[in-house]
Design a protein around this ligand. Structure first.
Ligand code: NAP
Length: 279
């Protein structure tokens, strides 16, 4: 029988626990989200982050710059936030306009306020097998889901499709740390289905309809990170859910799987940074 992993229920449970913790803080964590431009999807994401933070009693602020802002203005603002003791977590919403160096911007955030875990120091710690201040949100959310459903990856073959800095790369390292055997595939991978069919756990983070019924091993676990709108404007994931789900032991839906867990992880990271700064 297939178990459909319920990301919303787990998110709600984690946020409830977190709220009880935040209620006890005399001084509250503060998350500042910087948004450059008016990309509609980014606007929705940052507003959701603010709303969720507020529900938990976490202070939050959105700083919205026009898309033609000079890079230096953004860098100066980040330095100011780094030096502001009331700010405990900083997030720069990606993507950034082309004239701004994503690397420079991320590299300017203090690693102990880097709520996404994307700074070179936090990334480097992760890849060196050391503990970063926090782990990147989407991979962290995926591991929390695996834990909730008692899915052990030790010694199992995990295939990740997608090698981005926000999902595939950090996730591969986090799974290696759990003794999984990890294969990372990408757009140059040949005979993708031959590889994905060997996965005990298949995680797809592409953003296109790519994982069909012939891509999975019977009784495997399938985690769908992808989100995009199909030709009818419907939100969907990388996996052909109807055809693939019956072959799996566990599968995440889209929406309602990984997405809610990413926001839960962001809130967990905000509180973890606050506790580390104050300890
Ligand atoms: P990205 O930076 O665009 O990376 C996509 C990855 O997919 C790349 O590594 C690319 O390979 C690979 N790819 C593209 N076409 C492929 C193909 N035909 N076969 C195999 N691999 C292929 O995307 P991202 O930021 O990681 O996001 C991926 C998806 O996850 C998007 O739909 C995004 O919206 C979603 N997402 C969801 C959440 C969530 O919370 N649910 C969070 C983050 C992202 P190359 O490296 O060779 O180009």
């Amino acid at each position: 029988m297939t178990v459909i992993i319920d990301g919303k229920a787990l998110r709600d449970k984690l946020l409830e626990q977190l709220k009880l913790k935040v209620d006890k803080f005399e001084i509250k964590p503060k998350l500042v989200v910087i948004l450059v431009g008016d990309n509609p999807a980014s606007l929705i994401y940052v507003n959701n982050k603010k709303k969720t933070a507020e529900k938990l009693g976490i202070d939050s602020e959105i700083i919205n710059y026009p898309s033609n802002i000079q890079e230096q203005v953004l860098l100066d603002k980040i330095v100011e936030l780094n030096n502001d003791a009331t700010v405990t977590a900083i997030l720069v919403q990606l993507p950034l306009p082309e004239h701004i160096s994503k690397f420079k911007v991320i590299n300017t955030i203090s690693p102990n306020k880097d709520v996404d875990g994307f700074t070179p120091e936090n990334f480097g710690m992760l890849f060196a097998g050391e503990e970063p201040y926090v782990y990147p949100c989407t991979p962290k959310g995926i591991l929390l889901m695996l834990d909730e459903y008692n899915i052990d990856v030790d010694g199992r073959h995990v295939v990740i499709v997608g090698r981005s800095n926000i999902v595939g790369k950090p996730l591969s390292q986090m799974l290696l740390n759990r003794n999984a055997t990890v294969t990372v595939c990408h757009s140059h991978t040949k005979n993708l289905a031959d590889i994905t069919k060997t996965a005990d756990v298949l995680i797809s983070a592409v953003g296109g309809k790519i994982i069909g019924e012939n891509f999975v091993k019977p009784n495997s676990v399938v985690i769908d990170v992808g989100i995009f709108k199909d030709e009818n404007g419907k939100t969907r994931g990388d996996v052909d859910f109807e055809k693939v789900a019956p072959q799996t032991s566990f599968i995440t839906p889209v929406p309602g799987g990984v997405g809610p867990m990413t926001i839960a992880s962001l809130m967990l990271n905000t509180v973890e940074l606050f506790e580390k700064i104050r300890s």
